[in-house]
Design a protein around this ligand. Structure first.
Ligand code: ATP
Ligand code: MG
Length: 565
């Protein structure tokens, strides 16, 4: 039994100024955590208990899926990160520190390098494969905008797992096992998290799922199909392409003056045409080589899709001088008469009577048929998807929703093993790179995401599996020895049944205790008062209900156990 009178716990009437979302406010107000600095939080005793329960569920499911727990240092030598190039590519998001000998270290933001180094030293033969290992540990990231409490911290707890296999088929199997463990974990902690297809930005054949919690405050956009369940993050999402409707040729291409009109919107307004009749032309450098991408004027180019098309090559926008040299002045460029490789969005296949830039300042061409007037290299899925577009799986309209990622599964392939020389010998004695996957869960983020999803105007509603305690036992008349004795007896019996009890034994008014119990949000509230006991028993109710039942002391423990099952 945990007694309030002996616990470091203060509830607050007001949320701090910087708390923007309900879960952040409630975590602070209910005394679950306190801020130490920007993006840095201390877990207080009740919050810690909930955190430990989540960690226990994650561990159980990892172990059940065949993964083994390890623990790596947080402080990692820069050398390790230089081997994969991430010492440079991680940029300012990674915390770097020096020791007294001026040697550089990283406060690990993730741990692919360290795990791959371990695999390299420990795994030498196909006989040792597959292996999945994990840890639960603090990670550090110098986020541009730490906010929302535990949702985006500078320091946070992550469970990260890494799988090592002999080949692709094995890696897919390991991935599947982790994916399924994730589904079970989020179900068990009481969080509705949906796996969505995510971009990998990596070389073909690799894939990734993000486990998303839908929330208005979410920083990720997700295209979600309510009809068939398809979901993908905005960068990755595909659509059934509806071709632009301008398909009949309207004569030869013809230049028109468009003085001072540069954006697609301006040109459309100026010429009195719909936005999707204008072609948006962009010059990009893909792996350093220039290409032109074309999308309908009412859409955006997805650089992610372009990068995927080129096997993960780096995609950058060309600077204005380069654009001018290769095509024309920015705002007046188009595909006609160009020698660049041209990649057009599928919606433009067969498009005629389009408007494109004339590669001449303040001129556009009308009546352009792409097939006739431009040398399009390929029509591909290149545009971003938006709400109302048709689901690529079932053809019904997609919705766009906001979400926060609580976990991610990632098939890495041989990216890290090849870079670090982590190989094994196959049955023929040939050295091959290990095929890897990595799998993260934001454990501290999950804690707060649960609160974000499960609350009402009175406070938190903890799912029983992760609640700091399952029962709040409120002793109203702490000065009446009989009441205290009955409450204590019930508490002891509940503990014997394996139910944890939080006793509010403060000398406070009933109204204060009720309010606090609602705010803290334990699944079951039991009131022990002189009046109630005289009427026949304890008043028992669920956090989600407003009416209590009076239960005789002799039956109370069993009744509570029944309610928790
Ligand atoms: P996000 O897109 O939200 O920044 P991420 O994709 O960068 O997350 P990963 O590198 O995939 O994050 O890390 C694995 C998990 O760690 C994430 O799914 C998320 O739950 C958690 N996480 C990442 N960054 C933070 C953070 N700053 N604070 C709390 N949890 C985080
Ligand atoms: Mg992620």
């Amino acid at each position: 039994m945990i007694r309030w009178s002996q616990t470091l716990l203060n509830t607050l009437r007001e949320a701090p100024q910087d708390a923007e979302i309900v879960s952040h406010k409630l975590m602070i107000r209910a005394g679950m955590m306190r801020k130490l600095g920007g993006g840095l939080y201390t877990y207080l005793p009740l919050g810690m208990r909930a955190l430990r329960k989540i960690e226990a569920i994650v561990r159980e499911e990892m172990d059940r899926a065949g993964a083994q727990e390890t623990l790596f240092p947080i402080l990692q030598p820069a050398e390790l990160w230089k081997q994969t190039g991430r010492w440079e590519s991680m940029g300012p998001g990674m915390f770097r520190v020096r020791d007294r000998k001026e040697a550089w270290y990283v406060l690990a933001p993730t741990a692919e390098e360290a795990f791959t180094a371990l695999a390299k030293s420990e795994i030498s033969s196909y006989r040792q494969l597959p292996r999945t290992i994990y840890q639960m540990q603090d990670k550090f990231r110098d986020e541009i905008r730490p906010r929302f409490g535990l949702i985006r911290g500078k320091e946070f707890i992550m469970k990260d797992a890494y799988s090592f296999d002999a080949d692709d088929a094995g890696a897919d199997k390991s991935y599947r096992a982790m994916y399924e463990a994730y589904v079970r974990i989020f179900r068990r902690v009481g969080l509705a998290a949906k796996p969505v297809e995510a971009d990998t930005g990596d070389i073909g054949g690799n894939f990734s799922h993000e486990f998303m919690v839908f929330a208005a405050s979410g920083e990720d956009g997700i295209l979600d199909c309510p009809a068939c369940g398809y979901a993908a993050n905005q960068e990755r999402a595909e659509r059934q392409t509806a071709p632009v409707p301008y398909r009949a040729e309207a004569g030869a291409a013809e230049p028109v003056a468009t003085p001072g009109q540069h954006t697609c919107e301006e040109v459309a307004r100026f010429l009195g045409r719909p936005l999707d009749q204008i072609v948006k032309s962009l010059v990009l450098l893909v792996g350093g080589k220039p290409v032109m991408a074309l999308v309908p004027g009412d859409r955006e180019l997805s650089e992610t899709k372009l990068r995927r098309l080129f096997g993960g090559a780096k995609v950058e926008e060309a600077d204005p001088e380069t654009v001018a040299r290769l095509a024309g002045p920015v705002g007046s460029i188009g595909p006609v008469g160009l020698d660049l490789p041209l990649y057009a969005d599928r919606a433009l296949e067969g498009a005629a009577d389009m408007v494109v830039g004339a590669n001449k300042e303040s001129f556009h061409l009308i009546h352009v048929s792409l097939a006739r007037d431009a040398k399009v290299t390929a029509y591909e899925d290149l545009a971003t998807v938006r709400a109302g577009d048709l689901c690529p799986k079932c053809g019904k309209p997609l919705e766009i929703r906001r979400g926060t990622e609580v976990g991610q599964c990632f098939k890495l392939g041989t990216k890290y093993s090849a870079a670090m020389g982590a190989t094994y010998l196959d049955e023929q004695g040939t050295a091959k790179p290990l095929v890897m996957g990595c799998y993260g869960i934001g454990v501290s983020r999950t804690l707060q995401a649960i609160v974000e999803q499960s609350n009402d105007e009175h406070g938190i509603i903890w799912p029983a599996a992760v609640a700091p305690c399952q029962v709040a036992l409120l002793i109203l008349d702490t000065d009446v020895p009989e009441v205290v004795a009955q409450a204590e007896a019930l508490g002891a019996e509940l503990e014997r049944l394996g139910i944890d009890v939080f006793v509010d034994d403060r000398a406070e008014r009933p109204g204060v205790k009720f309010k606090d119990a609602d705010l803290i949000g334990l699944p079951i509230r039991v009131v022990a008062g002189a009046k109630g006991l005289a009427k026949g028993g304890f008043e028992i109710r669920r956090r989600t209900e407003r009416d209590s039942a009076i239960v005789p002391p002799a039956e109370a423990a069993q009744a509570i156990a029944g309610m928790l099952n």
